[in-house]
Design a binder for this molecule. Structure first.
Ligand code: GUN
Length: 303
């Protein structure tokens, strides 16, 4: 069997175009332009890149973004002061604090300070608590897990009643993905570093969401034939030549790297029914869902 490839780039573009049309329609109707505040503490290159992609997406979709770069040594007090200002600012619809924060800052206190109506990342304890409770609905769902579920639905995968395995229990992806799958009536197992015999646990999975941060960990023979595999991993590994030696880039003089997921794609695609590639799978969905959440924040605040 060769898996159907779930094209995250195309699906994310569709979501972005829908958001763009809705933003244009609300502005034509005399409503405000949705606005996202991005808070970046310090100068981590990966975080700065993600934040600039989020700002660029806002501009492309007709939304405003206010960027708040802060020094790595900012105090907890000053960061909290900024969050309170953004909560009170009627021009700001969504607040995104890029994670991780430097270790001297108390992430939990910062996230719980964000007003739930502006919590477009869905990380505030109230939104996450609602996600974990039966009969309650969060205002916002964390963007990457939301993107994973969206991809499954677009591919026509039945979630209700399915056995789902989530690899990884991070606050950003694994745990909220597991909670979302439960809300969608899947039977969910969360696999983590202390799980005994992971391949045995995975054997019965109709849906796999891999977000454990270990390059190509999931092997083809762990996967149930026909399963849907959503690979959240983004890992850099060296490119090797025929003899297994690292290939050196002529440009940089350093070993060439390539991006791979948490799933061994070449093996998995021969067994799975559906699979997301890396890159071009879940990655583009995170920003698309953030844009959808920011529009939703503006709509909630219209009322
Ligand atoms: N760091 C890695 N992923 C995310 C995300 O989705 N949102 C935020 N705020 N920080 C992140």
């Amino acid at each position: 069997m060769t898996a159907q490839i779930i094209d995250g780039t195309a699906i994310a573009l569709k979501v972005r175009n829908e958001v763009k049309e809705k933003v244009a329609a609300r502005i034509a109707a005399g409503k405000s332009q949705p606005a996202l505040a991005t808070v970046l503490v310090g100068e981590r290159i990966d975080s700065a890149t993600y934040v600039s992609m989020k700002q660029k997406a806002c501009a492309e979709l007709g939304m405003t973004s206010y960027h708040k770069p802060l020094p790595a040594d900012i105090s907890q007090e000053d960061l909290e002061k900024l969050i309170k200002e953004l909560n009170a600012d009627p021009k700001v619809n969504g607040i995104l604090v890029q994670l991780p924060l430097p270790s001297h800052l108390d992430e939990e206190r910062v996230l719980q300070l964000i007003s739930i109506e502006k919590d477009v990342d869905g990380f505030s304890p109230i939104n996450l608590g609602r996600l974990a409770q039966k009969g309650r609905e969060p205002l916002f769902v964390p963007c990457t897990p939301y993107g994973c579920i969206y991809l499954l639905k677009e591919a026509g995968v039945t979630i209700k009643g399915a056995n789902a395995v989530v690899l990884g229990r991070s606050n950003i992806v694994g745990m909220p993905a597991a909670l979302l799958l439960v809300k969608e009536d899947a039977t969910v197992t969360v696999v983590h570093s202390r799980t005994k015999d992971i391949p045995a646990v995975m054997k019965n999975a109709d849906i796999i969401i891999a977000a454990i941060g270990r390059a190509q960990m999931v092997r083809g023979d762990w996967i149930k034939p026909g399963a849907a595999v959503i690979d959240v991993g983004i890992n850099g590994i060296p490119v090797l030549d025929d003899k297994g030696n690292p290939v050196i880039s002529e440009k940089t003089g350093k070993p060439k790297q390539k991006l791979v997921g948490d799933v061994n794609y070449d093996e998995a695609k021969e067994v799975a029914g559906f699979i997301t590639p890396v890159p071009g799978g879940v990655g583009p969905m995170t920003i698309a869902m953030l844009m959808a959440n920011t529009l939703r924040a503006a709509e909630i605040q219209d009322k």
